[in-house]
Ligand binder design. Structure first.
Ligand SMILES: Cc1ncc(COP(=O)(O)O)c(C=O)c1O
Ligand SMILES: N[C@@H](CCCC[NH3+])C(=O)O
Length: 440
């Protein structure tokens, strides 16, 4: 179990000192429950890992794509982190939450003019430029506004991180960034240096997500520093910032063994320092952008079990009141999760079942091989762990299911952070046929 999760004296799972059966009763299911103390602990672990490196200039920006709501961003601001956004919607949420614009960085491989204008209007801290199209547009938009903006260039180091192919981003064939290997990044640096309204601070790479090994980070940094050396020598460009993105792995199942946060940070900082010594470069500021590793383990989804189907000798299904609409990751990446029966948490888990979602897709299976107590069935509460990242943020309305509520729990208190959608919310943007002029 993670953070403040424990089995209380009623034999129930409790999180943040709150019994999950009480949460289900008060807020309904499906329900995303966030252990905010655990989020703060993770933030502290990252800060501590950096502070061990004396004299290092560092920054942590939370990648809000992992879980972006007003309350979450306010928690991030309160913890003194920076914020990454990748769309106008994420930027809007951040600004509405009161995040200081200077502390926001804007990513994305296809930012629209409207999104760039929104970022420039707000005077955000930095734009991470992904491609030549954006580089040119950003310079001309800034010129028209007589405004300068700090930029990093996203580079693709040509590293295949050991993770699911859908969440690898550092390989040569990636849709993201300027390739280091084929001269694209060199041209981008030259072009950015010549752009009078772009203040080139450094480079950024993000090699992928849910990474359990050091090699990918170290390899990417070596390649980036080799190029930084060439840019210093040939273009008199000194790298102020080396942003190595996010991607730090977390525990979804009991078999997962991610590195300690310190290990990731030590690898990053030590590799950068070694390369600076090798090339006689000044150590750049090290920026990171964790998403999953800050919020993933802090999130638990509570479902109520309903129908079951026992195909003797094949498989037993237990269906819950949510599914791929609140957690697309099992269907999209074959992601594995761990679940327990939250109201029978002290009972021995000895029966293999497939926890099925309620969407009209055979692939809507949350956990193919869960192990639950024998008598866990209709009406029981199922807790799926580590759903805090890319669950709520990737939720859909498939089958017109409403998005679940989100509650934050801490020190025995539970507070609603996002209301459950209503059926009325589902049809709010719909326009009746009789009002469609083309139909008349
Ligand atoms: C550019 C960038 N930064 C940061 C992240 C956050 O990654 P993670 O949630 O794996 O830490 C992502 C997502 O993978 C990303 O694309
Ligand atoms: N959404 C993905 C990770 C991609 C993150 C963005 N680059 C996941 O759930 O694992």
């Amino acid at each position: 179990m993670f953070g403040t999760q424990m089995i209380n004296d009623r034999g129930h799972l409790s999180i943040g000192g709150v019994d999950t059966t009480d949460l289900a009763e008060e807020f309904g299911t499906p329900l995303y429950v966030y252990d905010t103390a655990l989020i703060k602990n993770k933030i502290d672990e990252f800060k501590h890992a950096f502070r061990r490196h004396d004299g290092l200039n560092w920054q942590i920006a939370y990648a809000s794509k992992a879980f972006s709501t007003i309350a979450m961003i306010q928690l991030i601001e309160e913890q003194d982190l920076l914020l990454d956004v990748v769309s106008g919607g994420e930027l809007y949420t951040a600004l509405k939450a009161g995040m200081a614009p200077k502390r926001i960085h804007f990513h994305g491989n296809n930012k629209s003019d409207a999104e760039l204008a929104m970022a420039l209007d707000a005077k955000i801290g930095a734009v991470i430029v992904d491609n030549f199209f954006e580089l040119e547009r950003l310079e001309s938009m800034c010129a028209a506004r007589k405004q300068t903006v700090a930029v990093l260039l996203r580079v693709t180091p040509g590293i295949e991180a050991h993770t699911h192919e859908f969440i690898m981003t550092g390989q040569d064939a990636s849709k993201f960034g300027f390739n280091l290997g084929n001269g694209m990044a060199d041209r981008a640096v030259k072009q950015a240096l010549q752009a009078p309204h772009l203040d080139l601070k450094g480079i950024h790479s993000h090699i992928g997500s849910q990474i359990f090994e050091r090699d990918g980070f170290a390899g990417a940094i070596r390649l980036m520093m080799e190029h930084a050396y060439k840019w210093t020598r040939d273009l008199a460009f000194h790298l102020e910032v080396l942003n190595v993105g996010g991607g730090f792995g977390i525990r979804y199942t009991q078999d997962d063994q991610p590195l300690a946060i310190e290990d990731y940070i030590d690898t990053i900082v030590n590799t950068a320092a070694e390369e600076c010594t090798r090339y006689r470069l000044k150590m750049p500021a090290i920026w990171i952008e964790p998403g999953r590793s800050l919020v993933g383990e802090a999130g638990t989804t509570l479902y109520t079990a309903g129908a079951s189907k026992d195909i003797i000798g094949v498989r037993k299904y237990l269906a819950v009141d949510g599914g791929m609409s609140d957690n697309i990751r099992p269907s999209l990446y074959q992601a594995q999760y761990w679940a327990i029966c939250a109201n029978k948490a002290a009972d021995p888990a000895d029966t293999h079942v497939s926890i099925a979602g309620k969407c009209c897709e055979s692939g809507d299976i949350l956990i193919k091989d869960a192990v639950l107590p024998k008598n866990c069935g209709a009406g029981d509460l199922i807790a799926v762990f580590s759903t805090g990242a890319y669950g709520y943020s990737m939720a859909s309305h498939y089958n017109r299911l409403v998005n679940p509520a989100v509650v934050f729990v801490e020190s025995g208190n539970a507070t609603l952070a996002v209301r459950r959608e209503t059926y009325e919310d589902l049809i709010r943007q719909d326009i009746p046929l009789k009002n469609l002029s083309c139909y008349k």
